[in-house]
Design a protein around this ligand. Structure first.
Ligand SMILES: Cc1cc2nc3c(=O)[nH]c(=O)nc-3n(C[C@H](O)[C@H](O)[C@H](O)COP(=O)(O)OP(=O)(O)OC[C@H]3O[C@@H](n4cnc5c(N)ncnc54)[C@H](O)[C@@H]3O)c2cc1C
Length: 483
């Protein structure tokens, strides 16, 4: 080969997890302007479909998105993309603008499956490895990793992105051996067919009163459940309902009122004042609360560690019930169940869970009072496990043991820099291991819903492209001059 002749060295990015975050990252890589990018993207996903992940893989049309379809585009720069897709496909099954989550799963699948069909115009090739990644370890030379798959294959990657998403809820009482395997203990309400074994005449106890508990209520209602339902949580707050019609947006007041506030109390005071003002001006409180949404992450990041801890201790649960709201159709079911007395809410912390023959008994502590509740089924609705110190998935364990993944001090996710590169114990950023999605909660706190994930996917695609680009911004660094 002659001097100064160019060869393009193909690069490989392995994305582990093909839910919303991983799939949208792959799609964004295929949309990068410029190129040709000599890049293989391998998406490792164990489910039978790419795209829907935990939240949007289900066969329950009654489980609705908790955001109107106008807020659910997969692309930050094309806000109507999902609404247009619904129209193009003649889909009209979204009561009051809230579509079934399975419909949204189909939308996501269609986007990522399009990328599998053929290499993108920019040269990026996406392939799906329908298996589980069980470990990752540094290659012998340079910045690269080997990903080990459950089927025994080893894949060499220049860059690995963890898009692992939501892990099932942690057991509320340890050790869990005595109750975990009980056939009427439902540890993962999102598992396919999880709730269908519950008969209408069997009593049910829900641990938690958040969005997952509401999903369970909606599913039981659909199954024409007749027996009592008990719900237990420390505070007993349910997610606030969405307004029955889309609300008029309120102007973002972050720059004027919130920027630079360094304590939770100051922010709380300022937001309360603004909500009161907005309501007197005729705005819905929800619009005022949501107005600084693009800057929520900056507010969180500006707080010192002690303030973040204070927020987690005193406000995070309340915040979540006001911020992550409930479609009106679900709110109506909740009201019906509460008003009829079929659903009873008990305040307290779960202390013990004991099998009693076919049933389960749950001990609750509320202040100094202890009480026992007995039900035919117990459903764990406490939300995903976020503490990477306690996630015992083989891949996470391998990365943690290898010192490549470090849980953050507040146990919200993974230690990373602002671009999502994993930090080691010494705080050094990896050049080949990144994450996005809920693992980034330590940085931004709000890092799970689609509006955050679509932005992160676009930003990370740009970051990775830059890594593969020489300093003059023109040529991929993978271009090698061969003598
Ligand atoms: C029940 C529920 C409802 C929600 N509803 C809404 C909503 O209405 N609107 C909204 O904006 N947000 C909603 N959310 C927030 C939601 O978390 C995100 O929208 C989104 O689902 C998160 O996507 P993700 O890709 O980060 O994670 P996930 O969807 O959890 O995807 C991660 C994927 O990684 C795969 N995986 C993990 N480990 C491995 C491995 N080692 N090898 C191979 N594959 C692996 C898993 O199989 C999974 O498919 C909801 C969340 C839940 C849990």
């Amino acid at each position: 080969m002659g001097r100064n002749e160019l060869t393009m060295q193909r690069r490989t990015i392995v994305i582990i997890g093909g839910g919303v975050a991983g799939s949208m990252l792959a799609v964004q890589l295929t949309r990068l302007p410029g190129g040709p990018w000599p890049l293989d993207v391998l998406l490792v996903e164990t489910r039978p479909h790419l795209g829907p992940g935990t939240a949007y893989s289900n066969n329950r049309p009654e489980w609705l998105l908790n955001v109107r379809s106008g807020g659910m585009s997969a692309f930050p720069d094309e806000p109507d993309h999902f609404v247009d897709w619904l129209q193009q496909h003649g889909i009209d099954n979204c009561p009051n603008g809230f579509c079934p989550r399975q419909t949204y799963g189909r939308y996501l699948s269609s986007l990522v499956e399009d990328t599998l069909a053929q290499p993108a115009a920019n040269g990026v090739r996406v392939q799906w490895l329908n298996t589980r990644a069980v470990a990752a370890e540094p290659a012998a030379h340079g910045c690269a990793l080997h990903v080990i798959l459950a089927d025994g294959r080893r894949v060499a990657a220049d860059t690995v992105v963890l898009a692992l998403g939501n892990f099932p809820p942690p057991m509320p009482v340890q050790p869990a051996d005595s109750y975990r395997q009980h056939p009427h203990f439902h540890a993962n309400p999102w598992a396919p067919e999880a709730l269908s074994s519950i008969r209408p005449d069997e009593s049910v106890l829900l641990v938690g009163t958040g969005l997952t508990a509401l999903d369970t209520l909606v599913a039981l209602h659909k199954q024409r459940h007749r027996a009592p339902i008990l719900a237990v949580s420390r505070h007993g707050h349910w997610p606030a309902p969405h307004a029955s019609k889309p609300v008029v947006p309120y102007p973002n007041y972050y720059a004027d009122k919130l920027a630079g506030l360094r304590t939770v109390t100051e922010v709380l005071r300022a937001v309360r004042r603004q909500v009161a003002l907005g309501v007197t001006e005729g705005f819905d409180w929800r619009a005022v609360l949501d107005a600084p949404r693009p800057d929520f992450g900056r507010i969180w990041a500006a707080w010192p560690r002690e303030e973040q801890q204070r927020f987690l201790r005193h406000l995070a649960t309340r915040w979540s019930t006001l911020r992550h709201r409930n479609p009106p159709a679900n709110a109506a079911i909740l009201t019906e169940l509460l008003d009829s007395g079929q659903l009873q809410v008990h305040h307290g912390c779960v202390q013990q869970i004991e099998p009693r023959g076919e049933q389960l008994a749950v001990e609750l502590r509320h202040r100094t009072q202890h009480s026992w509740l007995v039900a035919d089924h117990v459903v764990l609705c406490t939300g995903p496990l976020m503490d990477y110190q306690h996630i015992n998935d083989p891949l996470v364990t391998s990365l943690r043991n290898g010192g490549l993944l470090v849980p953050d001090a507040l146990r919200l996710g993974i230690r990373t820099n602002a671009a999502g590169a994993l930090l080691n114990q010494d705080g050094q950023a990896s050049e080949c291991l990144y994450t996005l999605g809920s693992a980034l909660r330590p940085l931004w706190f709000e890092s799970t819903a689609v509006p955050e994930l679509r932005r992160q996917a676009a930003d990370l695609a740009a970051t990775l492209a830059q890594r593969f680009t020489s300093s003059n911004g023109q040529l991929p660094s993978a271009l090698r001059f061969v003598s």
